[in-house]
Write a protein that binds this ligand. Structure first.
Ligand code: 13P
Length: 248
């Protein structure tokens, strides 16, 4: 059985004052029935690891594809591990857009992260234009083939489906649309990696997940949890989403 996962992506938000949210989260979920992951900005990873209760994993939001070297301003996978991270988000649409990252960049980053011992959360998602021109499954299939390296297992890979048009907009696909893409991702994972890895990989939904819509989304087939942006910044909101996942 797949262990469900509630993951929070703080993006470029949060200073040391935000660490109190982590403490509150750990107190509210001392024995969670799902895996908990918080990905704060890189500047907070060590403090987050030192502050958060053990049942909360800490992750980075990106890493460089090279293990080390002359890359001013970048962060390596080994540095994330050293800072206290056990996961890294890769291929988020904001990285793909802001930093022009393509599938082959994401794949190389993922290989480097896995070699460093990190688990990877690889993000896939279509634009509104791609959705409206009925190209969603083609886009997701292409990103999956291009972004996920061959070295993954059911334990070190998490896939996040994040339609770009649903991120931070309050717009959410219909439950049928979410189910269609998650079923498709599951089938593609099984076809490429076999039933063992294909069935044990968690597939998260991300994009405007809130306490008010979480339970409905978690009832959809092949939704194993959520990657949450805005609603992960406040412990009370994220806690309600975690509870909805535990009850699903
Ligand atoms: P929001 O939950 O703020 O829409 O962000 C989703 C996201 O991009 C998580 O990675």
């Amino acid at each position: 059985m797949r262990r469900k996962m509630a993951a929070g992506n703080w993006k470029m938000n949060g200073s040391t004052a935000a660490l109190s949210e982590l403490t509150a989260l750990g107190d509210a979920h001392s024995d969670p029935k799902c895996e908990l992951l918080i990905c704060p900005p890189a500047t907070l990873i060590t403090a987050a690891r030192n502050t958060a209760a053990k049942q909360i994993a800490i992750g980075g939001q990106d890493c460089h594809e090279a293990p080390s070297g002359a890359h001013t301003g970048d962060i390596s996978a080994d540095m994330l591990v050293d800072a206290g991270a056990s996961y890294v988000i890769l291929g988020h649409s904001e990285r793909r857009e802001d930093h022009n990252e393509g599938d082959s960049d994401v794949r190389q980053k993922a290989r480097t992260a896995l070699e460093a011992g990190l688990k990877v959360v690889i993000c896939l998602g279509e634009s509104l234009e791609e959705r409206e021109s009925n190209n969603t499954l083609d886009i997701i299939g292409g990103q999956l083939a291009g972004s996920i390296p061959d070295q993954v297992t059911g334990e070190n890979l998490v896939v996040a489906y994040e339609p770009i048009w649903a991120i931070g907009t309050g717009k959410v696909p219909t439950l049928d649309q979410i189910g269609e893409v998650h079923d498709f991702i599951r089938a593609r994972l099984e076809r490429r990696f076999g039933a063992g890895i294909g069935r044990s990989t968690r597939i998260l939904y991300g994009g405007s997940v809130k306490p008010t819509n979480a339970a409905d989304i978690f009832a959809v087939s092949n939704v194993d949890g959520a990657l949450v942006g805005g609603a992960s910044l406040k412990a009370a909101d994220f806690s309600a989403i975690i509870t909805a996942l535990e009850d699903a």
